[in-house]
Design a protein around this ligand. Structure first.
Ligand SMILES: C[S@@+](CC[C@H](N)C(=O)[O-])C[C@H]1O[C@@H](n2cnc3c(N)ncnc32)[C@H](O)[C@@H]1O
Length: 388
């Protein structure tokens, strides 16, 4: 869900910052600086477009210069683009997750840039210091999986031959990676809501000779698997899409075998119980929910409480990997700038790419200011349940 027509996105983001200054607080001074003439403040955001047009017409007729007209046109254009982009286009509703991932899989743009992994990459301190753009974008994703394995205490010595469930598997990049790492006797099952992802994941497993990774369409909120089925339950960036976070956690803990390992990565919003979200934060979150078909996010603390509430798990380790992953948002825009071949021959997808680039930047900002956090979780299931 995350990629880029990066140049346009960067352009829109920077111009839209200018227009943002206008939208809520500074309409008057903004126009004063353009026209140095009289102005009328647009009375509300909903009247922004009309207000801008009126002012530009007034200003250009007074100044009459070509340069003023050009500035005016740029401002109007940017305001219009911003109005379009700020209106989320892929709201969560029944069937929307499958529909959007089917589309992303079919157009191939996401796979072109992100490869087989639809999750953020991992950048260590040295790499961040050297400049994240020097790191290979796809390698960062493999590094993320390696680090997540470490967090979950998963390795080829202890877990060779394990049965693994990959909850929300995308096109199965991680499922295949785990299947290879844990050896031919391991059996990895990836589930997703998207039939196109299952087809693509199965095709890639055949191409790469990984028969021990299998894929099926199944809802993580009501899985067909019996209790205590898997040695490892792995969930990477699927919780964001779940309309019922409690059922998501309960189901994963249910199908995990006693003594089994659970590890999860998911985008979280900050805990707002002490400091409630202000209006801007609410607007920002709403955009992030509704642009990429997320019902809502919850906090790291709230997820931990859900896991604890099952009563099935030992001590849960949590962490915020924002620092290690934040480079991914802008890096994914840059890979589009450096190599536009992934989208350039698909003009019908241009608007969608611009929307995605814009959303990537807004994600970056939300994580950068602490509104969002990158939640990591690991725990084992209590052993004594084996005898129950
Ligand atoms: C951001 S992708 C992550 C893919 C994969 N884990 C990876 O890291 O490459 C989110 C995935 O979660 C899946 N998903 C979302 N809601 C789901 C649900 N209720 N049941 C099963 N899969 C779901 C989507 O279909 C998609 O494959």
């Amino acid at each position: 869900m995350k990629f880029s027509l990066a140049a346009s996105a960067a352009f829109v983001c920077s111009l839209s910052r200018t227009v943002s200054a206008f939208t809520v607080n500074n309409q008057a001074s903004f126009f004063r600086s353009i026209t140095e003439n009289e102005y009328v403040v647009a009375p509300s955001c909903t009247q922004l477009s009309m207000g801008i047009k009126t002012e530009i017409v007034k200003a250009t007729s007074k100044l009459g210069g070509r340069s003023t007209a050009a500035i005016a046109a740029a401002v109007v254009g940017t305001a219009c683009v911003k109005l379009v982009l700020d209106k989320p286009s892929r709201k969560y509703e029944t069937g929307s997750v499958a529909k959007e991932y089917d589309a992303w899989t079919q157009d191939g743009i996401l796979e072109y840039y992100w490869g087989e992994h639809i999750h953020l990459g991992y950048y260590n301190d040295e790499e961040m210091e050297a400049g994240y753009k020097k790191k290979d974008f796809i390698q960062a994703k493999y590094d993320f999986v390696d680090e997540m394995m470490k967090l979950g205490g998963i390795n080829s010595d202890d877990d060779s031959g394990a049965s693994v469930l990959d909850v929300g598997c995308g096109v199965g990049g991680t499922s295949r990676y785990l299947a290879k790492k844990l050896g031919a006797n391991a059996q990895v099952t990836g589930i997703t809501l998207s039939p196109n992802q299952v087809d693509r994941a199965t095709e890639l497993a055949a191409e790469q000779g990984v028969p021990n990774a299998k894929f099926t369409v199944m809802d993580a909120l009501k899985m067909d698997f019996p209790d205590n089925s898997f040695d490892i339950v792995w969930a990477c960036e699927s919780g964001e899409h779940m309309p019922d976070k409690k059922a998501y956690i309960n189901e994963m803990m249910r199908v995990l075998k006693p003594g089994g390992k659970y590890v999860m990565a998911t985008w979280c919003q900050r805990d707002d119980r002490q400091t409630p979200f202000n209006e801007k934060e609410k607007r920002d979150l709403n955009f992030l929910y509704e642009e990429w078909t997320h019902p809502y996010f919850i906090s790291i603390e709230a997820y931990k409480e859900l896991v604890d509430a099952t009563g099935l798990m030992n001590e849960v380790t949590t962490a915020d990997w924002n620092e290690q992953t934040i480079a991914s948002w802008r890096h994914s825009v840059w890979v589009g700038v450096y190599d536009p071949r992934g989208f350039i021959f698909k003009p019908t997808k241009y608007l969608k790419c611009v929307r995605d680039g814009y959303c990537l930047e807004r994600m970056h900002r939300a994580f950068d200011c602490g509104l969002m956090q990158y939640g990591m979780f690991a725990a084992t299931k209590k052993d004594e349940l084996a005898t129950n």
